[in-house]
Design a binder for this molecule. Structure first.
Ligand code: ADP
Ligand code: XUL
Length: 586
């Protein structure tokens, strides 16, 4: 293996080359362009709601209003295609796209795109000379069997999840085989639901892509493979052998294998960039498209996370907590994905649906829509919030699996008795500053408790924070106190598009060497002074009282997990009373 013996620093990216990374996330399409010295040359983004308002999305998604389709959350794939044209048009005026040696990307994980019969031909015939852009050309060719794609926020697949787990010998067996139980957002159950509820769409489908492989397909002008990392979020791939599992495919829908196609490693070349992009945006016809992957795996690459003692926390539309391991132990709570830049290791991930959009909701209710006021309220309130604990679910949550609803508790005798003996009392509301502290403390306490249960390092040596809300230092301070470690941030909060640019460079090097080279060859000896340098944002342990506060948070985390369990039991017995199947504990 080239460079495995430590001589990978001999490998060089050509001096004048650029590497483009894209990130098609829930709310926006973002870009990072790196030069050969890994400096950031350009960044840009297209915000779906405001830049492409004709799709009518809110937060990048459409929510089904039909009561029978409660929890169905979709996005139009043509919106992502239109965003690609718009973003590349903007980038072309700011950087010389002819110098881009390779492009790769990230996308929100789990979403499924249904290509119609004949779409492969339509992709290869995209016409750069036509007056029309990608989206209208795809629409005119009838390239999509479904105009809307279920995305990771969709929670309408409970029945399919139950069926799939039963067919596969239970939730834990499925998790051990595929890296996770059938979470509602997993792609396999989404495909099963499409087959069951819209059979005409499934019948008309030639290929199913993930959002990541959909975007790569546009760039290569043909079907790109699903990569083995993002593919692990589907419940159909064996995470050890990285092969499709026949019984899992059958548990989802008939004739699925031919619709999925082959899987490919994340560092592989998907193809050369299609003539459409060469002529429209002046890419070189030699520009390589490296397999796209999921946004969390690409963040792992962008943060160069490789030390098992480090924990990454991404505060984006979803909140995610992840780390690296070489001995994965799949559980009922988290997800295991192969590491996109190291074939020997895996990433362990916890995902929360109530991330930035729920924080925004509380900011709008209690802090006049202003992050400045939100932060002032956080600073006005004392750590531990006087024993006030809040559970805020604007979306059906994954961890714990609770439906939409807000729950608030106050621990009785908080200032006088021992914390672990305190009893909680349910209340209707808190004062606004306490609401604001309760959501932030609550989110981090939940992450700490569940991370520990999944075998992630707690306390970690350090946390690397990323995603939109990681630009907020007041929030990061609370994260450090609750986890009991320093918090670092990278230069830019969009580690997914940065990771995609680095993976583009990695894929390019692997192609040059004709074999896998270690990812560190891309940045060997060059972390500081490049886009990859980390800065210490919040130290830990320097202030008197840090440790005592951490011990108190430890007790509150325990209490919080107990209350979560009681909430789950309460909902389960309500469902039982109504003689409905319990969706929380199947
Ligand atoms: P995505 O998952 O779509 O990639 P991002 O990582 O871009 O999301 O994060 C977008 C979110 O960042 C917004 O919804 C917003 O709530 C949040 N955000 C931006 N600035 C701040 C801030 N100063 N404090 C807290 N949250 C912020
Ligand atoms: C991860 C997940 C989310 C999306 C958000 O499993 O579902 O983090 O990737 O973009």
């Amino acid at each position: 293996m080239a460079g495995a013996g430590g001589d990978c620093c001999l490998l060089r990216l050509p001096d004048d080359s650029l590497f483009l990374g894209l990130d098609c996330s829930t709310q926006s399409l973002k870009a990072t362009v790196l030069d050969a010295g890994l400096g950031i040359v350009a960044t840009d983004s297209v915000h779906f709601d405001s830049d492409l308002p004709h799709y009518g999305t809110r937060g990048g998604v459409l929510r089904d209003q039909d009561p029978a389709e409660r929890g169905r959350i979709v996005s139009p794939p043509l919106m992502w295609a239109e965003a690609l044209d718009l973003l590349l048009g903007r980038l072309r005026s700011r950087s010389d796209l002819r110098r881009v040696a390779a492009v790769s990307g990230s996308a929100q994980q789990h979403g499924s795109v249904y290509w119609a019969k004949g779409a492969a031909a339509a992709l290869s015939a995209l016409n750069p000379a036509a007056s029309e852009d990608l989206a209208p050309q795809l629409a005119a060719a009838g390239a999509l069997a479904a105009p809307e794609s279920p995305v990771w926020m969709d929670s309408s697949t409970a029945a399919q999840c139950r069926e799939v787990e039963a067919a596969m010998g239970g939730a834990l067996r499925l998790a051990r085989l595929t890296g996770c139980r059938a979470h509602r957002r997993c792609t396999g159950p989404q495909i099963r639901k499409m087959h069951q509820t819209r059979p005409q769409v499934y019948e008309a489908t030639e290929r199913v892509s993930l959002v990541s492989s959909f975007m790569a397909s546009l760039l290569v002008g043909g079907y790109a493979c699903i990569d083995e990392t993002d593919g692990a979020g589907m419940n159909i791939m064996d995470i050890n052998t990285r092969q499709l599992l026949q019984d899992a495919l059958q548990a989802m829908a008939p004739n699925l294998e031919e619709r999925i196609g082959k899987l490919a490693p994340a560092h592989a070349v998907a193809g050369k960039i299609a003539p459409y992009f060469v002529q429209r945006f002046q890419f070189s016809s030699n520009c390589l498209v490296i397999q796209w992957s999921g946004d969390n795996p690409n963040s792992l690459a962008g943060l160069t996370l490789s030390n098992p003692g480090d924990l990454a926390i991404s505060l984006g539309t979803s909140d995610t907590v992840f780390g690296v391991t070489d001995s994965p132990e799949p559980s009922l709570e988290g997800n295991i994905f192969p590491n996109p830049v190291d074939p020997k290791t895996y990433m362990v991930l916890l995902c929360y649906k109530n991330g930035s959009l729920t924080r925004e909701d509380l900011r709008n209710r209690y802090a006049e829509r202003s992050w400045d006021l939100f932060n002032r309220l956080l600073e006005e309130t004392a750590p531990l919030n006087g024993g006030k604990l809040g559970f805020y679910y604007k979306e059906h949550e994954i961890l714990p699996p609770l439906p939409v609803g807000f729950h608030r508790y106050v621990l009785k005798n908080f200032t006088s008795g021992p914390l672990d003996e305190m009893v909680e009392e349910e209340v209707d509301k808190f004062d606004p500053p306490s609401e604001v502290r309760a959501i932030i403390e609550g989110q981090f306490m939940s992450m700490r408790g569940h991370a520990e249960q999944c075998g992630l390092p707690v306390p970690p040596k350090r946390i690397i924070a990323t995603g939109g809300a990681s630009s907020n230092p007041t929030i990061l301070k609370i994260m450090a106190s609750i986890f009991g470690c320093p918090v670092y941030t990278s230069q830019r909060s969009d580690s997914a598009s940065l990771g995609a640019a680095l993976r583009a460079a990695h894929g390019w090097l692997c192609k040059q060497q004709d074999e896998f080279v270690p990812f560190s060859c891309v940045y060997s000896g060059r972390l500081d002074g490049t886009s990859l340098g980390m800065k210490l944002s919040v130290p830990f342990g320097d202030c008197e009282g840090d440790t005592e506060l951490l011990n108190n948070y430890t007790l509150l985390v325990k209490k919080r997990l107990e209350i979560e369990q009681k909430l789950i039991e309460r909902i389960c017995s309500l469902m039982e009373e109504m003689q409905m199947p319990c969706m929380l504990c199947w």
